[in-house]
Design a protein. Structure first.
Length: 72
């Protein structure tokens, strides 16, 4: 999904309010397993996918981790 950033956490520097972003299919990974630490997060056994295992962009609002929101 694509949307507009309306709020950000204090420690987020990659986005600003008003940015147009796309939500990645891979919503979040554990960040600790052998796959995550070697840059192969898509193989993580704890991966969460937007619109599948967590709410996605087919809503008026959604909350995403800044790392998985890409400026478009």
């Amino acid at each position: 999904g694509v949307g507009i950033v309306t709020k950000i956490a204090d420690d987020v520097t990659s986005l600003k309010i008003g940015d147009r972003v796309s939500i990645a299919w891979m919503f979040q990974s554990c960040g600790r397993c052998e796959y995550c630490v070697t840059g192969r997060e898509t193989f993580c056994r704890e991966v969460k996918n937007a619109g599948y295992s967590v709410d996605g962009g087919m809503a008026e609002q959604c909350i995403v981790t800044a790392d998985y929101a890409v400026k478009v």
